[in-house]
Design a binder for this molecule. Sequence first.
Ligand SMILES: Nc1ncnc2c1ncn2[C@@H]1O[C@H](COP(=O)(O)OP(=O)(O)OP(=O)(O)O)[C@@H](O)[C@H]1O
Length: 263
Amino acid sequence: MQTQDITQPQHPLKAEARNLSFYYGAVKALKGINMPIHDKKVTALIGPSGCGKSTYLRSFNRMHDLYPGNRYEGEIRFFPDNTNLLSADVDPIEVRMRVGMVFQKPNPFPKSIFENVAYGLRVRGLSNKRLLDEKVEQALRSAALWDEVKDRLQALAPTLSGGQQQRLCIARALATDPELLLFDEPTSALDPIATGAIEELVHELKKRVTILIVTHNMQQAARVSDYTAYMYLGEMIEFGNTDEIFMKPNDRRTEDYITGRMG
Ligand SMILES: Nc1ncnc2c1ncn2[C@@H]1O[C@H](COP(=O)(O)OP(=O)(O)OP(=O)(O)O)[C@@H](O)[C@H]1O
């Protein structure tokens, strides 16, 4: 992998993949990935279909543990405590409290708007009504949804528009104060206006949470991210400042991809 010489001062790390490989049974989908995730920055993962972006993203919240036959090798170090998120003695439920996930298609629970956001808090044992109300409002405000839903908190979540549902899923993920937020192509099911709202939100959110985002949209990667990683066939080919990756990539394969010659 080529890592660019970053002239600006380095930001502290939130996480770091160290020689990370991943197997779906006999299929090796990730091959020895090394990559830093900078604290309170947005890192975009780009690369052609099937290169392993989602597989890599899902390793950070141990989603692969839910299916038999999946296997990790290597480490994902999480800071400041230097925990290896993949260690057998680290509880995946705890990992998912620290590392939230927002999927491609909005997937609210078939419950009220309020209950969608309160869910993770209840799982954590919070039952005090006043505190729940406060936390739900805070999360909805952070997801730029409060003003649109404050008078209909008991309405069913699926009655919201697609873009509102996606912001609700972001509020749900934010409610438990995650340190890292994973976005898997969060705008691919949305129209340009809803997409713009999510991109703006990502920009706001990085003040308080580190973000790792998979996107097929090069303009989106360039707009929202501070760092970009290019993956190909399960390998991390190049990682660097977004501006440099897009303007002056070091690896020919990265250049071919971002100029549309490949993928
Ligand atoms: N459940 C699975 N079982 C076996 N192989 C899988 C499974 N899921 C993904 N793969 C394989 O792992 C590789 C990486 O897939 P992944 O979904 O991570 O790629 P991606 O870069 O996110 O693709 P896309 O951009 O199309 O979403 C692919 O070769 C894929 O076929």
